[in-house]
Design a protein around this ligand. Structure first.
Ligand SMILES: Cc1ncc(COP(=O)(O)O)c(C=O)c1O
Length: 374
């Protein structure tokens, strides 16, 4: 699905030197690389505060801890996402309220959000799924009207740019009150282990979050709030500093690969290529995900694997049907889109090193299988 080695080979000298520097100085925790990365990412995103932390799941949890949500407060999020999104809501004893997604973008359905709001609702967590920004303008309008926080789960869309209806642009992850991201190795900006960060333009919230990531300390050995230990280590920060300079070209390579896939599948009656909303940089293709219609999707997965093509089903089970997140309040008729998507989606290899020969092999293998079997 990814070619981390090929990507590494191209920046090996710079990355190796930056890691060596950490080893030489032994500043493994909170070394200068961490601060440097924080500043570089703030500049790149044009956001006032980046708070690095240990992974994307922590980032989301810490963002929520910073907002003073109380047990029982309801947090609305998408039924079709990675479990980390809902996991942290439940872990903090907040009440997850899962809602359906848009059949085209796979992102949280704005009308479903409106329907799910109750007097207990305190926050919305849009996930910019597969690299495409959710409908942030509409979500921010709903949040404003109901006095809700918006926490963007930006694990999959770092570097994407959202264009408002008046033409104004903002980096994804800087639109809500606070956002989280993941630097898991396969992410659009990935380190060589675990890593994550929180973004916000709110000075007071940023101050609070900086304490929470560090055991609730604002002054050494004074613990003012309950915190966690969640640090981005210096080696990961060094890797990320080297890679951040390439993020735009990495995302452009992903968009190019997506264009080539789209072209090959164009007009096929059983294949729906990813729907792109807004401007070209609104979707940075963390995943390239097709919907296959009247196709035995699982047989296609098997066939691709047998032909040396990795592929993934993200996600095979709606969150509202997962044992951990079942809730008697959910009605199946409210999840028709997610229930259908889990049967139809298939994600093809997507990374910065894909070449046209590989894409041709992948697309012809998919098309030949479908033509023969559907
Ligand atoms: C949408 C989403 N949220 C949160 C996470 C959690 O990130 P991490 O694996 O860094 O904890 C991921 C990672 O896969 C993700 O895809």
């Amino acid at each position: 699905m990814v070619d981390l080695k090929g990507q590494y080979q191209k920046i090996k000298d710079v990355v190796d030197a930056s890691i060596s520097q950490v080893l030489e100085t032994t500043a493994y925790i909170n070394g200068p690389q961490v601060h440097e990365f924080q500043k570089n990412l703030e500049t790149y995103l044009n956001v006032k505060h980046v708070i690095p932390c240990a992974n994307g799941t922590d980032a989301l949890q810490i963002a929520m801890m910073g907002l003073d949500l109380k047990p029982g407060d309801e947090v609305i999020t998408a039924d079709f996402t990675f479990a980390a999104t809902v996991e942290v809501i439940a872990l903090l004893q907040l009440t997850p309220v899962l809602v359906d997604v848009d059949p085209n973008t796979f992102n949280i359905d704005v009308e479903a959000i409106k329907k799910a709001i109750t007097p207990k609702t305190k926050a919305i967590v849009p996930v910019h799924l597969f690299g495409q920004c959710a409908n942030m303008e509409a979500i921010m309008d709903i949040a404003k009207a109901h006095n809700l926080y918006v926490i963007e789960d930006n694990a999959q869309a770092i570097g994407a740019t959202y264009t408002y209806s008046d033409g104004k642009k903002a980096k994804v992850g800087t639109i809500g009150h606070v956002a989280s991201t993941s630097f898991f190795p396969s992410k659009n900006l990935g380190c060589y282990g675990d890593g994550g960060a929180i973004f916000t333009n709110d000075d007071a919230l940023a101050h609070k979050l900086r304490g929470i990531v560090n055991h609730g300390m604002y002054e050494r050995y004074h613990h003012d709030v309950v915190g966690v230990n969640s640090r981005l280590d210096s080696i990961q920060a060094a890797v990320l500093n080297s890679k951040l300079k390439h993020l735009d070209s990495y995302n452009a390579a992903r968009i190019n690969a997506a264009n080539a896939y789209d072209q090959a599948f164009k007009g096929h009656e059983h294949i729906v290529t990813p729907f792109r909303e807004g401007s070209v940089d609104n979707h940075v293709f963390h995943q390239y995900t097709l919907k296959v219609k009247d196709v035995n999707r699982d047989a296609l997965v098997k066939h691709l694997n047998e032909n040396g093509i990795p592929c993934g089903v993200y996600y095979p089970i709606p969150l509202h049907l997962q044992k951990a997140y079942k809730d008697s309040r959910y009605k199946e008729e409210d999840f028709t889109v997610t229930n259908q998507l889990v049967k139809e989606v298939i994600s093809l290899p997507m990374h910065t090193e894909l070449n046209m020969e590989q894409i041709e092999y992948i697309t012809s293998t998919v098309i030949n299988f479908i033509n023969k079997n559907s």
